[in-house]
Design a protein around this ligand. Structure first.
Ligand code: ZN
Length: 240
C-alpha cells in the first residue's frame, strides 16, 4: 500500500496539484490539517481533496476558518488571511472542514495536526516535546504537521533521534516508534520553497520524503488579487 501524506496545504492549489502529480498512483491520500488559511483558493483545494477521497484531521487554521476561537492566537497577517477565508469559503467547504476530527487512527498510525497530546496546537520542535509525545502515543507511528518542516523523531533503544530529510530521503522504521512530519505542501518553512510531501508504505514500514517545484508566481498573483497580506505571498518564494 502506497499512501501520500500531505500537510499544511494552506489553500495553495498549484502546490497541491504538483504534489498529487508527483505522488502518482497511490492507494490513499491522507492530510494532516491546515487545508485552509494563508492561501487564495480554499474552495478549490477542498473540492480537489474531496474528489480524490482524501481523509485527514483538523488544523488550527481549519478550526479558525469555521469560526473557532483559535483565531485569537493568530499573528496579524495570519488573522487577516483567516478573516478573508471565513468570508470566501462556500457552505460546502465549511461543512467539510467542520467534519474533520482532531485525530484519526488509520493503518495502525495516529494522524494529528500538532502533536498526539495536543492535536491542534502543540509544535513538535524539540527532543523533550517529541519524547513526551512518543511516551504517551498509543499507536507506534504518529503522523503530524503544523511546523511546516519535514522531520522524523525516532525512538531507538529508549533514545530519541532526529532525522532531517531532504528530497528523496527514505526512512525504514523497522518496528521503531516514531513521530513523522511530511513538511508543508503549500507553505514550506525550511528554506526550500518546493512543496514537501511524503509517501508512507505501512507494509514496508517505510516513509519517503519528496520535494516538488510548482508555479509559485501563480499563487502569488492570486493572493494579490484576493488582497491577502503581501508578507504571506513573499515568503512562498523563499520557503520561510
Ligand atoms: Zn500550518
Amino acid at each position: 500500500m502506497r499512501i501520500a501524506v500531505l500537510s499544511d496545504i494552506h489553500s495553495n492549489l498549484p502546490a497541491l496539484e504538483a504534489v498529487l502529480a508527483a505522488a502518482g498512483d497511490v492507494d490513499a491520500v491522507w492530510h494532516l490539517g491546515d487545508v485552509g488559511g494563508y492561501g487564495p483558493e480554499p474552495d478549490a483545494v477542498v473540492d480537489r481533496l474531496r474528489s480524490i477521497g482524501a481523509v485527514g484531521v483538523r488544523g488550527n487554521h481549519d478550526a479558525a476558518a469555521i469560526g473557532g476561537a483559535e483565531i485569537e492566537w493568530f499573528n496579524p497577517d495570519a488573522r487577516r488571511a483567516i478573516e478573508w477565508t471565513m468570508t470566501a469559503i462556500s457552505a460546502a467547504t465549511r461543512a467539510w472542514l467542520a467534519e474533520l476530527p482532531e485525530r484519526r487512527t488509520l493503518e495502525g498510525s495516529t494522524l494529528v495536526h500538532g502533536s498526539p497530546r495536543e492535536p491542534i496546537w502543540e509544535y513538535l520542535t524539540s527532543l523533550p516535546v517529541a519524547r513526551a509525545n512518543l511516551a504517551l502515543m498509543e499507536e507506534r507511528i504518529g503522523l503530524h504537521g503544523h511546523t511546516h518542516i519535514p522531520v522524523a523523531w525516532v525512538e531507538d533503544d529508549g533514545r530519541v533521534a532526529v532525522v532531517s530529510p531532504s528530497d528523496g530521503s527514505e526512512l525504514s522504521l523497522r518496528g521503531r516508534r516514531a513521530l513523522v512530519n511530511p513538511g508543508s505542501v503549500g507553505q514550506p518553512r525550511d528554506g526550500d520553497p518546493a512543496a514537501s510531501f511524503m509517501i508512507f508504505e505501512p507494509e514496508l514500514d517505510r516513509v519517503t520524503w519528496w520535494r516538488v517545484e510548482y508555479d509559485i508566481e501563480a499563487v502569488q498573483d492570486a493572493m494579490r488579487e484576493a488582497g491577502l497580506p503581501p508578507s504571506l505571498s513573499a515568503r512562498l518564494s523563499v520557503g520561510l
